[in-house]
Design a protein around this ligand. Structure first.
Ligand code: ATP
Length: 316
């Protein structure tokens, strides 16, 4: 029964995945994705993104916890779920001797209720490539072919594992537009990505995985809200960190010094930047490489990785 599909198309509860050697790659994660939402899974290398997505795609059975996609167990009830989902794996792996058109036709033959092949190719900007062999495509074009094949069945739920890896800036933007358009027409999208600006600009909600657990989740604004902003600059020769005004008085909550480069963390960006610039102006000091950044997903991501590493080097 599709009891919850109008609320949560994907439901993950205390999900665990332990590999053969006993390594626990996914350590009890829970999240849900509503219909028509774009949800991004972020994380450092080896955080467990692919291990999680494979469970959602029904490619493996969880070691613990529960997954529901469109109200079904994607592994045990694969026949009910698979025709309604589109999957773009990290590695497509098509026969490279086939042409783009042949590959698309072959895939369409395996996909019930397929959208016209030409339409799928046009959606990803490969309309003119039907006669080209897969082995002759560029890396970015292969990625777009992967996406076209995932779209063939007009899926209600789309799983995209690093969809824009290998794409140039324009290709990435085109893919974002397409994913947004699919979302706007009601498709639910779960994607993994290493590009933080991709998640920040595209995702309605996201989760940052770290060592198999969810370290932060929410809308991009929620995830960045309580993270500090950053000011970095180079101290000129003859000046030392101790010459700066008292950092606590500037509203600085942490700092790092590496060689001549100083990095300040603050939740009061205007106060800290003003205090620093007033000091520099009075002292006649040029702060080379001055860089002032509001809290961003990148900062959130980096501070999660730093906070949870036992040898974090940040000084308060
Ligand atoms: N078949 C396997 N057997 C044992 N360990 C595995 C297996 N597959 C993955 N792992 C381990 O599980 C952890 C999570 O891997 P996973 O591929 O899910 O991470 P990821 O977040 O997708 O990483 P990346 O960003 O590098 O793609 C890694 O430490 C990896 O080495």
């Amino acid at each position: 029964m599709d009891t919850n599909e109008h609320e949560h198309v994907i439901e993950v509860t205390d999900l665990r995945r332990v590999y053969g050697g006993g390594f626990e790659a996914v350590r009890g994660i829970s999240f849900s994705v509503a219909r028509g939402e774009i949800f991004a899974l972020l994380g450092t290398n080896g955080a467990g993104k692919t291990s999680t997505v494979e469970l959602l795609e029904g490619l493996a059975s969880p070691s613990g916890g529960r997954v529901r996609v469109l109200g079904h167990d994607p592994f045990r009830e694969r026949a009910a779920v698979r025709p309604r989902t589109g999957v773009m794996l990290q590695e497509g792996g098509f026969p490279s001797e086939l042409t783009v058109g042949e590959t698309t036709r072959m895939w369409a033959g395996c996909t019930g209720g397929a959208r016209p092949e030409a339409e799928a190719l046009a959606l990803v900007g490969l309309a003119g490539k039907a006669g080209v062999r897969v082995k002759q495509l560029s890396g970015g074009e292969r990625r777009r072919l992967d996406l076209a094949l995932a779209l063939l069945g007009e899926p209600e739920v789309l799983f995209l594992d690093e969809p824009t890896t290998g794409l140039d800036a324009e290709g990435r933007r085109d893919t974002w537009e397409l994913v947004r358009a699919l979302r706007d027409s009601g498709t639910t999208v779960l994607l993994t990505t290493h590009y933080l600006e991709e998640a920040e600009g595209l995702a309605d909600r996201l989760a940052i995985l770290h060592e198999g657990r969810i370290a932060a989740s929410g809308t991009p604004a929620e995830v960045t809200a309580d993270r500090p902003s950053r000011i970095s600059f180079e101290l000129p020769a003859g000046y030392f960190p101790g010459d700066l005004p008292p950092l606590a008085e500037l509203g600085v909550c942490g700092h790092e010094v590496a060689g001549r480069t100083v990095r300040l963390h603050t939740r009061e960006l205007q106060r800290a930047a003003t205090g620093l610039l007033v000091w520099a102006g009075r002292a006649g000091v040029e702060l080379r490489g001055l860089d002032v950044r509001s809290a961003s997903l990148e900062e959130a991501f980096l501070s999660i990785a730093r906070e949870q590493r036992p040898t974090a080097g940040a000084a308060a």
